[in-house]
Design a protein around this ligand. Structure first.
Ligand code: SF4
Length: 179
């Protein structure tokens, strides 16, 4: 008799366990990977001119880039996955920017912050690269001279949307296939 009661209790427990029920989420691998990636972007702050001051401002308590999980500015390219090019890219600096970009591991993204990084800005000059996209692929362009920190944060949110829509698993599979 006592054995039957025990067995019944076990069955009841297995059929409905409120603790377990609240902790199970069904999702897709891509969605889970993208969710983790987009909320833990580690920026490589490529501050080259005045726009860099606004980039620094975005990390202050007033704007608080940490709300988007992107406050961990790394000064080693090997620990960063989003390069924020903030400022005028002169030819003298351009190849150094490219070298740092090449040292960043995949997957990686780039934000061109401000008119200079996006297009050379007002400098139609022999000394200035007319947009960092001549050297590295840019995911998001932020307009302004300089853009305010809010504009950078909007650009960051656009990048998060782009990452959320990407096919991470498929890209990983193709990268491994071609390696
Ligand atoms: S876009 Fe304007 S503020 Fe930004 S680096 Fe160029 S000149 Fe300076």
């Amino acid at each position: 008799m006592s054995e039957e009661i025990t067995s019944e209790r076990i069955q009841q427990h297995a059929a409905y366990d409120s603790k377990v029920e609240g902790n199970i989420i069904f999702t897709q691998v891509d969605t889970a990977i993208n969710w983790m990636r987009k909320n833990s972007l580690w920026p490589m702050p490529m501050g080259l001119a005045c726009c860099a001051i606004e980039l620094m401002g975005s990390a202050s308590s007033r704007f608080d880039i940490a709300r988007f999980g992107a406050e961990v500015m790394r000064f080693s390219p090997r620990q960063a996955d989003v390069m924020i090019v903030a400022g005028t890219v002169t030819y003298k600096m351009a190849l150094a920017v490219k070298r740092v970009w090449d040292q960043m591991p995949e997957p990686k993204w780039c934000i061109a912050m401000g008119a200079c990084a996006s297009s050379g800005g007002m400098y139609r000059s022999y000394a200035v690269l007319q947009g960092i996209d001549n050297l590295i692929p840019v995911d998001v362009y932020v307009s302004g001279c300089p853009p305010r920190p809010e504009a950078l944060l909007e650009g960051l949110m656009k990048l998060q949307d782009k990452i959320a829509d990407s096919e991470s698993g498929k890209e990983q599979f193709q990268a491994e296939k071609t390696a």
